[in-house]
Design a protein around this ligand. Structure first.
Ligand code: GUN
Length: 297
């Protein structure tokens, strides 16, 4: 019997736990603040950012949203981030990716103050994560770890295959799974667009994290019986629906459910966890900046 991993339920538990931490901060006169910055006209990015702001409001984090005209010079974005770095009411800063072409993405990531970098994308924070001393784990891989822990998925000694090598998901995910730590100690393989025998790797995998951004590229015939399948994909594909599209993951769910032991649905699996872990990182940032200890869920 396949077990469906309920990301909404786990995210909701995490938000409840964060509520207690936020109350502790409030008692000490500190309201955690998260700034989101959008310089893009991608409708999906606009949706993601507005959901993040809504999440903040629901748990009692002060949300500040800055929108920069996509046609403006890149300097406007760098200066906005510097202003937010200097703003004591802002504990976390998230610049929604991807940004418009005139912006140097690496420069933006370096401009965010590392202690406010709740995405975990600043080179200092990437280095700390790789060294096993993470300050902020990037939200999606962090959320995947929380799901694996919640469902008692044994990672120690397991064969884990991460499909996709993005800076946002694939690389940090693989780094976390391989580490000598809780929800780590996995024998970890990273597959990507140049991998010659993807099915061969997946056929050995006890844990699959699919994060390539290719609609339904993995099907049940490629999976090992009983595998835990974490589908990070959020792909818009044309469909005969009211909106003209539907969202599918990187895994073809129907055939995967015939073979896998556990699987995350899309939507309702990893997505809600990514959002919850952004709140988690923001509360951690506020706690550290204010010097007030809290218990994080
Ligand atoms: N775009 C897609 N995922 C993310 C994310 O986790 N953080 C930011 N800043 N942009 C993204």
């Amino acid at each position: 019997m396949i077990e469906i991993i309920d990301g909404e339920a786990v995210a909701s538990e995490i938000r409840d736990g964060l509520g207690d931490a936020i109350a502790t901060l409030e008692d000490a006169g500190v309201t955690p603040g998260l700034a989101t910055v959008l310089m893009s006209d991608d409708p999906a990015s606009e949706t993601y950012v507005s959901m993040k702001q809504q999440d903040c409001e629901e748990v009692g984090i002060d949300g500040i949203h800055v929108e920069i005209d996509p046609g403006a010079p890149a300097a406007e974005l760098y200066e906005t981030v510097e202003d937010l770095n200097a703003n004591d009411e802002v504990h976390g800063i998230l610049v929604q990716m991807p940004v418009v072409d005139q912006v140097d993405t690496r420069r933006v990531l370096r401009t965010v103050a590392p202690e406010k970098d709740v995405d975990g994308f600043h080179p200092e924070n990437v280095g700390r994560l790789v060294a096993g001393d993470a300050r902020f784990k990037p939200c999606t891989p962090h959320g995947v770890q929380k799901l694996l822990a919640h469902y008692d998925v044994e990672t120690e000694g397991a064969e884990a295959v991460v499909v996709g090598r993005s800076d946002i998901v694939g690389k940090p995910m693989a780094n976390l799974l391989v580490q000598k730590s809780a929800v780590g100690n996995a024998t970890t393989t990273v597959c990507h667009s140049r991998t010659e025998d993807l099915a061969g790797h997946l056929g050995n995998a006890d844990i699959v994290v699919a994060a390539a951004g290719v609609p339904e590229m993995i099907d049940g015939t490629m999976l090992k019986e009983g595998a835990t399948v974490i589908d990070v994909g959020i792909n818009r594909v044309d469909a005969d629906t009211e909106k003209g599209y539907e969202i599918v993951g990187d895994v073809e769910q129907a055939s995967a459910r015939e073979v896998a032991g556990r699987i995350t649905p899309v939507p309702g699996g990893v997505g809600p966890m990514t959002r919850a872990m952004l709140l988690w990182n923001t509360v951690k940032a506020a706690s550290e900046q204010a010097g007030i200890e809290v218990t994080l869920p």
